[in-house]
Design a protein around this ligand. Structure first.
Ligand SMILES: Cc1cc2nc3c(=O)[nH]c(=O)nc-3n(C[C@H](O)[C@H](O)[C@H](O)COP(=O)(O)O)c2cc1C
Length: 325
């Protein structure tokens, strides 16, 4: 891992949200100490579908340090992709030669039905043999050039610390624990006292793995308090960024941002989107979910959102937002 303060703050991987564009928006507002890519399927990357998936890994020097998050089923594909990430050939392919990821993270936490039915992500909690094969294959591909980490949950149906004990015996650089089981999806509050038990386990085992807590953090101050109370190395924030793009700032003033400042930030996002994605590479409607972040908390916001969501393409959206400014 790169040198990190304690506690360090991490922008969570969020599929179809934390792409290179949104990571740069967050970096401009108030950068976290560490970024993650969206999760990318290694089996798909090692198939004819590679070009479509590769886009998910696109990045720039403005989103650093950045961890590539991968998922899938086949250890040999983890190994191959980890090798391409670690030897820099993937960055070459992405058109950013010389830039490097800071690490490789394996997703062992996603609860979605289609992913679980496929035996991937959180399903690996129930298949520790395959989980270990995957970790070993990823490490073999990285070959000591990049740190390997895991993001997981408290368990599958029940909280299961034997799962974390197993992971902590794998010499991982970092273990991120989302404080819910797979069964709980996102329906109950995250249990930070159980995340703390994973940290206690780490201390008992005497290993160096950094422990990052995740779940329901909505401000830097709240994250700092949780990290202090439970003596965690880091705090990961996901949906908190939907309520406040300045979530990583000390004393964020987002609630007091004017309509104009919010619209200008949305315009910056749209411009970065237009510069990054060629027409057709990412659907314009993916910008709709960001509309809710910025176009909020002022009179007439709902009507403006309804109008912006009618835009046919990025140019049309930009025009509508500029006209409303
Ligand atoms: C839209 C969305 C997409 C997500 N995609 C990923 C992903 O690609 N990889 C991953 O590890 N977790 C993913 N997650 C889970 C988040 O990283 C995080 O663990 C979860 O939202 C709980 O943290 P929070 O309460 O701070 O949001 C996703 C969550 C959301 C809401």
């Amino acid at each position: 891992m790169p040198p990190l303060p304690k506690p360090f703050f991490v922008l969570a991987p969020m599929d179809d949200v934390t792409d290179s564009v949104f990571r740069r928006v967050v970096a401009r507002c108030a950068p976290p100490d560490l970024f993650f890519t969206e999760f990318v399927n290694v089996d798909g990357l090692q198939s004819p579908g590679r070009p479509r998936l590769l886009k998910k890994l696109r990045f720039t020097d403005k989103e650093q340090p950045l961890i590539a998050q991968i998922w899938g089923n086949k250890p040999e594909n983890y190994r191959a992709v980890a090798e391409q990430i670690a030897d820099g050939s993937l960055a070459d392919e992405l058109g950013v030669p010389g830039l490097q990821f800071a690490g490789i993270d394996i997703n062992m936490g996603c609860p979605e039905k289609n992913v679980v039915n496929n035996g991937s992500c959180s399903a690996l909690i129930n298949n520790p043999e395959l989980a270990l094969e995957i970790i070993n294959a990823t490490k073999a591909g990285a070959a000591g050039r990049l740190p390997v980490s895991v993001k997981t949950r408290l368990g599958f149906n029940e909280v299961d610390f034997s799962w974390h004990e197993l992971l902590l015996q794998q010499d991982l650089a970092m273990l991120t624990v989302h404080g819910r089981t797979r069964k709980e999806m996102s329906k109950v509050p995250a249990r930070w006292e159980d995340i703390a038990k994973v940290r206690e386990l780490r201390d008992k085992l005497g290993v160096q793995t950094l422990i990052v807590g995740n779940g329901d953090v909505e401000s830097r101050e709240q994250g700092e308090a949780l990290a202090k109370e439970y003596d965690l190395d880091g705090v990961m924030v996901g949906r908190g960024v939907f309520h406040d793009p300045y979530v990583f700032a000390k004393d964020s003033d987002w609630d007091n941002f004017s309509k104009q400042a919010r619209m200008e930030l949305f315009l910056d996002h749209i411009d970065l989107f237009a510069q990054t994605w060629q027409p057709g590479e990412r659907a314009t409607h993916t910008l709709n979910k960001f509309c809710k972040i910025y176009i909020n908390n002022f009179d007439g916001a709902k009507e403006l959102r309804e109008d912006f969501m009618q835009a046919d393409d990025v140019a049309d959206l930009r025009q509508r937002v500029s006209d409303a400014l």
